[in-house]
Design a protein around this ligand. Sequence first.
Ligand code: BG6
Ligand code: MG
Length: 213
Amino acid sequence: MTEYLGAIFDLDGVLVDTAKYHYLAWKQLADQLNISFSEEDNERLKGVSRVKSLEILLSLGEKDYTENERKQFMEQKNEVYVRYISQMDETEILPGVVELLKQLKRQNIKIALGSASKNAGLILKNTKLQNYFDAIVDGNDVSKAKPNPEVFLLGANRIGIPANKCMVFEDAKAGIEAAKQVGMLAIGVGTIKNLPNADILVNNLEEIKLSKL
Ligand code: BG6
Ligand code: MG
C-alpha cells in the first residue's frame, strides 16, 4: 500500500502520445510562415501552454506579428490539431496506463487530471479514459501555466486530498517543478536528462510499483 491518497495525471506524454500531433500542426503553421521548425524544436513545446508554444515557434523566425495575427495562428494550429485528435482511439493509450488507473481505483486512491490542454476532454472521450477520473482539470480551468502549480492544486482540491498526499505523473520539466513547489510527489515519465528534478523517474507507467511509493 502507498501512503498517497490522490494521483494527478498530466495528459499529453503521460497517458497518450499527442506530441506528434502537436508537432504536425505547429509544423504546418511554421512552413506557412517560412520558419524552420524541427522535431527537436518541438521538444521545447512539451508541457507549455498554447500561447507560450506559439511564442517559442515565432521566436525561431525573424518577423513580428500583431496580437490579431497571433490569435489567428493559434486558431489555425488548433483546428489542424483537433482534426488529428478526433481520429484517436484506445490504441493510442500509452503502456501501463489502464493497469495503473485500475490499480489506483482498487486501492481507493482518488484520481485527477491536471493538464494544460484545452482539448483534454476530447482526448479522454476518444480514448475512453474519462471514466477513471474523479476530477478533470485542464487548460480551460486555469489561467496560470505550469510551472505554476495552479492546475495541480485545483486537481487536489477537487478530489479533496491535501497536496502532500498527492502524487503527480508528469513528462515535462515545468510540471515536475509545479508538483514539487507544493509538496506533491513528482513522478517523472522520461529521462534524467529531461527531468533531473523528479523525485522518482520511470520510462513509462508500466514501471510504477504502487507498493514502493
Ligand atoms: C500540454 C502539451 O499538455 O498542452 C503542450 O504538452 C500544449 O504541448 C498544451 O501546448 C496546450 O494544449 P492545447 O491542446 O490546449 O493546445
Ligand atoms: Mg505532458
